[in-house]
Design a binder for this molecule. Structure first.
Ligand code: ATP
Length: 287
């Protein structure tokens, strides 16, 4: 049996860090949505009781450290399944980019195996299992648009934002989320207007969504990599309606509803950056 699943990237419309917890994690508050930039994952049943993984990307582990492998492994051990699976990942989402590439692969494997192995688990049960792999996995299991709190696992779903173009630029550096958390001065942050963003989405007010894009991690990432700040400045100058960094970066994305502006942004950015993508928002949940 074989199945091909799409694993879409996420972007943060807002990202706030509320406090550092005693268990070492941070409490966050973020509005996230999915975009049509996706890895393709091929799952094939194999006869022996093992997990094989195959990824064609230099910076992604081709072994048990791959989050997709871990997803299959957690599912097998939690439910006591003695079946094997081959996972082949066609990596399209930039790596260490703030787009939850690894988490979405793990989530897609959970959804795919739930069907292939006829486990009958609900999305919420899969999300709970996914939290063992990473804080962003529960959101990626459901997809759509949501306010995520706690470590990122408490989800309140929102309607999809109005349709628009998303222009993503991935500078040629990787950012470790851990490094950025270490540099973050949690008591000195200027917090995004999260409620304002939620209201703008509920009212389908694109202009307000653009004006409320904000990410408290920008400062720390920009200090570490000034070139990323420069890219944000240039995208703003090229006429995007709203621009912000996703996750801990370094990907910067711009939103616009105007076709001409989307093409102009793409062409201008392609002149000096290699990894530029123009995609649509997805924003609706996986069923
Ligand atoms: P987030 O937005 O959740 O912080 P990210 O987009 O910044 O994530 P990822 O692309 O998920 O970062 O990669 C983070 C690390 O995870 C990298 O060091 C990468 O090698 C490792 N990794 C493990 N499995 C995968 C996978 N399936 N795809 C991408 N990276 C993976």
């Amino acid at each position: 049996m074989q199945k091909i699943i799409k694993a879409p990237a996420k972007i943060n419309l807002t990202l706030d860090v509320v406090r550092k917890r005693e268990d070492g994690y941070h409490d966050v508050e973020m509005v996230m949505t999915t975009v049509d930039l996706a890895d393709r994952i091929q799952l094939t049943t194999i006869d022996s009781d093992r997990i094989s993984i195959d990824v064609s990307h230099g910076f992604v582990p081709n072994n048990e450290n791959n989050l997709a492998y871990q997803a299959a492994n957690v599912l097998k051990s939690r439910l006591g399944i003695n079946k094997g699976i081959s996972i082949v990942i066609d990596k399209q989402i930039p790596v260490s980019a703030g787009l939850a590439g690894g988490s979405t692969d793990a989530a897609a494997v959970l959804r795919g195996l739930n069907e292939m192995w006829g486990l009958g688990l609900s999305m919420s049960e899969l999300a709970e299992i996914g939290l063992e792999i990473g804080s962003d996995v529960p959101f990626c299991v459901h997809g759509g648009t949501a306010l995520a709190t706690g470590r990122g696992e408490k989800l309140e779903f929102l309607p999809p934002p109005p349709p628009c173009w998303v222009i993503l630029v991935k500078p040629p550096i990787g950012v470790s989320t851990r490094d950025i958390y270490q540099r973050l001065k949690v008591n000195q942050l200027i917090h995004p207007d999260t409620n304002g963003m939620i209201k703008a989405i509920e009212e389908q007010n694109f202009e307000d969504i653009c004006s409320k894009l904000e990410n408290v991690m920008e400062k720390a990432t920009f200090e570490l990599h000034p070139s990323v700040k420069n890219i944000k400045k240039r995208i703003t100058q090229y006429g995007a309606d709203g621009v912000v960094m996703s996750g801990s970066g370094p990907t910067i994305f711009a939103l616009t509803q105007n076709d001409y502006r989307a093409h102009r942004l793409y062409n201008s950015l392609k002149g000096f950056m290699e990894q530029v993508y123009v995609v649509r928002l997805l924003g609706t949940k996986h069923e």
